[in-house]
Write a protein that binds this ligand. Structure first.
Ligand code: HEM
Length: 426
């Protein structure tokens, strides 16, 4: 087979399938061959140019005029005709938000919406995060065994996200199901039957977002980032547009919780599978922020992100034609030995862990990164203090099949409640 630039496709490039198990289980490992031999390749199965090295990905992130983010939330698997009909029935109109908006509209909008992310504004949420984590821990601390994903890793970040946004904390289970549908719809490869089911979920999510938005717009003095947007939409409707509000409402509910939920599960999995490292954190909790950062590098929750070439351009010696769709595998960049020494090792003392690309890079870099970090830190602080003898159970991990959002669907742990520090020393 030939790539759109006229070059032949190698056997490994032809075989690459991000919905298959090697990539699903460990995307960085699945692209080791590419980092070593063919750092930019065309994937005929995906119809994307895949980029796997740190320096190339950073170059792409740096230039968002040549490499437009407009396809960041496009359905990676085109909708079947039936699924399309379902979406139309729900009047589905997800369009530009921040993450997929081009310049100059993007920066003008981002600048208007920064206030909610100042360090003081974020710190004000810390007591609530701690209270939520403590309540969830209280509920299981005497139990001896739990699936932390089911018990708290998605629900706490979702509650925090809704609180941060000012969205009523209702229908949590439903929002959870909507989010899974949104992830599959955007980054998955649902089968033809699943497509219709996923489209139903996404359509309902779209309608729900619109209803919540209308309700919020009637309340002039609410608190939260969505209220900031509603206010800016009143003041500067050409910068913070109507369609933006509705699209953002849906996208941000997912972006602000799923990413953090999966990152927390990945971090606990990595740390607990290295009992010596876990013990070190229990003894020295001041190491927790660095450990969380290293986990975001080693096993991030966002593993790949997209751009589209607005002109013919060369990346890593390969010519990508105008209109070429690009999948940057950031998980692979985070394991690139050209940037990170012994990249496959989890080293909580690594001095450049923070260079990871899990939050993206450049003008679109994640606005919520410090909220996500804070949640991970508080989870780790509470667990290392209250359940230092926590152990990972032997288990097989499963992942929702998609290109970009990654974390185990369950995380079983156990501990001996008789050894709980608060029982021995109440
Ligand atoms: C953008 C990851 C948590 C809000 C992004 C991007 C990534 C990402 C990869 C795209 C960056 C780019 O194109 O350069 C993550 C991860 C998180 C997380 C891994 C948790 C561990 C959050 C939270 C919020 C949030 C908690 C909200 C409160 C946003 C927004 C953008 C964004 C608004 C768009 C920024 C722009 O385009 O200007 N995030 N995110 N994220 N994220 Fe996050």
């Amino acid at each position: 087979p030939m790539a759109p630039n006229g070059c032949p496709v190698s056997a490994q490039a032809a075989a690459f399938d991000p919905f298959d198990s090697p990539y699903q289980l460990d995307p960085a490992e699945a692209l080791r061959w590419s980092r070593e031999q063919e750092p930019v390749f065309y994937s005929p199965r995906l119809g994307y140019w895949v980029v796997s090295r740190y320096a190339d990905i950073k170059t792409i992130f740096r230039d968002n005029l040549t490499f437009s983010p407009s396809i960041a939330l496009e359905k990676i698997t085109p909708a079947s005709r039936e699924a399309q009909a379902v979406l139309e029935r729900y009047d589905y109109g997800m369009n530009r938000t921040l993450v997929n908006e081009d310049e100059p509209a993007h920066m003008a909008r981002r600048r208007e919406l920064l206030e909610a992310f100042t360090p003081e504004a974020l710190e004000a949420h810390a007591p609530m995060v701690r209270r939520l984590v403590r309540e969830k821990l209280d509920a299981i601390v005497e139990r001896g065994r739990a699936d932390l994903v089911a018990e708290m890793f998605w629900e706490v970040p979702l509650t925090v996200a809704l609180h941060f946004l000012g969205v009523p904390e209702e229908d949590m289970e439903q929002l959870r199901r909507f989010s899974v549908a949104h992830t599959l719809n955007t980054w998955g490869r649902p089968s033809p039957e699943q497509q219709v089911e996923v489209a139903e979920g996404v359509g309902k999510f779209w309608q729900y977002s619109g209803q919540v938005l209308k309700k919020m717009q009637k309340q002039p003095y609410g608190h939260g980032w969505m209220y900031d947007m509603i206010e800016k939409n009143r003041q500067k409707p050409d910068v913070v547009t109507d369609n933006y509000l509705h699209s953002m409402m849906m996208a941000i509910i997912v972006a602000a919780h799923e990413t953090t939920a999966l990152a927390t599960a990945n971090a606990f999995r990595q740390l607990l599978s290295r009992p010596a490292v876990w013990a070190e954190l229990c003894a020295n909790p001041e190491l927790i922020p660095a450990a969380a950062e290293e986990c975001l590098r080693h096993s991030g929750s966002v593993v790949a992100w997209r751009r589209i070439a607005t002109r013919e351009v060369e990346v890593g010696g390969v010519t990508i034609p105008e209109g070429g769709k690009i999948l940057m595998v950031t998980a692979s960049a985070n394991h690139d030995p050209a940037h990170f020494e012994n990249p496959d090792e989890l080293d909580i003392y690594r001095d450049n862990a923070v260079d990871h690309l899990t939050f993206g890079y450049g003008s679109h870099q994640c606005m919520g990164k410090n909220l996500g970090r804070m949640e991970m830190r508080i989870f780790l602080e509470e667990f290392t203090r209250r359940l230092p003898h926590l152990e990972l159970e032997e288990q097989e991990f499963t992942f929702l099949p998609n290109t970009s959002f990654r974390g185990p669907e369950a995380l079983w742990v156990r501990w001996d409640p008789a050894q709980n520090p608060e029982r021995r020393d109440p």
